[in-house]
Design a protein around this ligand. Structure first.
Ligand code: PEP
Length: 258
């Protein structure tokens, strides 16, 4: 992904108390600074729980190092009687740049299907927030060798009805479910196979110029000791990092992979 700036996004999931969240953001910016991180070489983003976003906004705005941030989910609705939901407008008011959509844990535990992921993706885009659209097969699909058609069908579903301009503005994260939180990282070749298939599909549907702009991340047990080989793949433009994003040194080393 030479023309695309690498994106390293840390998905905290439902972890850390507020004081720990503050400490992690502060230590992360110090550590990136200490490691002479070059923001031109990778964009670093954290996805904290909703309840930490206002504080992260304050911390980030006061710091000279650019740390991006966003949410882990967003409602498909604009506003109204949707108890417990958070709207894209609320996230925009917090200056969020990104939002994860359709993470496998949302799909698995909250019954999110492609149609809902599509609605959330469109809503995020219309509110000016970059969706990180998560796709990826489970172990049964991988064992049956169907990872490419399965994942492409999720991509088709998530991006249905979007304009080429909208697609050009989003991020896709390929996260094989069997690699998430398991310590079992996909091989660089496995990651490249599906990420390149996704880019080809984008090219078929929206043209090569659009496909060329979209950053495609890999996610699933990324650590500082495996990030370089994954990032060396031509169609992998960054990583979505779960567990390792809670450890400052690890996540800073992942961000500083170059
Ligand atoms: C994730 O939650 O998106 C993820 C990739 O988790 P982990 O890095 O812990 O496998």
């Amino acid at each position: 992904g030479q023309s695309r700036k690498p994106l390293m996004a840390g998905n905290w999931k439902m972890n850390l108390n507020h004081v720990e969240a503050v400490g992690l953001v502060q230590k992360l910016t110090w550590t990136l600074d200490d490691k002479r991180h070059d923001p031109e070489k990778s964009e670093v983003v954290v996805l904290p729980p909703f309840t930490d976003l206002r504080t992260v906004q304050t911390l980030v705005e006061g710091d000279r190092l650019t740390l991006g941030y966003g949410a882990q989910d967003v409602s498909a609705h604009d506003n109204g009687a949707y108890t417990g939901e958070i709207s894209v407008e609320m996230l925009a008011k917090l200056n969020c740049s990104y939002v994860a959509v359709g993470h496998s844990e949302r799909r698995q535990y909250h019954a999110e299907d492609d149609a809902l992921v599509n609605a959330k993706t469109a809503k995020a885009l219309s509110g000016g927030i970059t969706p990180i659209v998560c796709v990826g097969e489970g172990l049964d699909v991988r064992q049956a060798g169907q990872q490419v058609p399965y994942t492409l069908s999720q991509v088709d579903g998530a991006l249905a009805g979007l304009t080429a301009e909208q697609v050009a503005a989003l991020v896709i994260a390929y996260e094989p479910v069997w690699a998430i939180g398991t310590g079992e990282v996909a091989t660089p070749e496995d990651a490249q196979e599906v990420c390149s298939a996704i880019r080809s599909r984008l090219s078929e549907v929206h043209g090569a110029d659009v496909a060329d702009k979209v950053r495609i991340l890999y996610g699933g047990s990324v650590k500082s000791n495996n990030v370089a080989s994954i990032m060396a793949q031509p169609d992998v433009d960054g990583c979505l990092v779960g567990g390792a994003s809670l450890q400052v040194e690890e996540f800073a080393a992942i961000a500083r992979f170059y």
